[in-house]
Ligand binder design. Structure first.
Ligand SMILES: [Zn+2]
Length: 197
């Protein structure tokens, strides 16, 4: 008798534990679902209207300043992209000259930040990029650490790197053959004549 009673009580306890666990798990799930429904919203910090207007105004002034710089630069010059007004119309071929390079920069909303000795190198780079198919997007054309840095939207980083390497053998001032050197931690690539300029 005692034995079967004990088994009965154990059975009841196990059943209660089982039912309680079931209720508990169900409640947990409900809480989870509620949390998902009422997820904390992520509020984007609103930029004050005034600040938006200010930054747009600044952007407009910068672009105006840049365009007047290019207008002066192109005045009286003749080059194949003189009348080009958008990147997809930009003509890329061997007839381009340094003004086409500047025009490409203007259409990309940037300035060329290097000396003219590397212009031909940059033009060759553009032709090679175009051969592989290129959207003409470029974010920077400049001298950095004594070498040409041409940052373009392309899968052909190898072409960009090749010309960066080549620029370390060409004088940034005149385009003749030059040498890469460092003075007081500043890097340059210059010919003998322009070593000090
Ligand atoms: Zn030189």
């Amino acid at each position: 008798m005692i034995k079967s009673n004990t088994i009965f009580y154990i059975g009841v306890i196990v059943l209660i534990i089982y039912l309680l666990t079931k209720v508990f798990v169900k409640q947990l799930e409900e809480i989870k679902i509620k949390r998902q429904i009422n997820k904390k919203p992520v509020y984007q910090k609103a930029i004050p209207e005034e600040q938006v207007v200010q930054s747009e105004e600044l952007e407009r002034l910068i672009s105006e300043e840049r365009n007047s710089y290019y207008d002066k630069l192109f005045a009286g010059k003749d080059f194949i992209n003189k009348d080009t007004t958008s990147l997809d119309q930009f003509i890329i071929n061997a007839e381009m000259n340094h003004n086409d390079l500047y025009k490409l920069a203007q259409l990309n909303g940037i300035k060329v930040e290097m000396n003219k000795g590397w212009n031909n190198l940059a033009l060759k780079l553009i032709v090679e990029l175009d051969d592989k198919g290129w959207n003409r997007k470029v974010s920077s054309i400049k001298e950095k650490f004594g070498e040409l840095r041409f940052y373009a939207e392309t899968d052909h980083e190898d072409i960009l790197n090749k010309y960066t390497e080549e620029s370390k053998t060409i004088c940034e001032i005149c385009g003749r053959s030059g040498e890469f050197f460092t003075i007081n931690t500043w890097d340059f690539t210059r010919c003998d004549e322009h070593r000090n300029s």
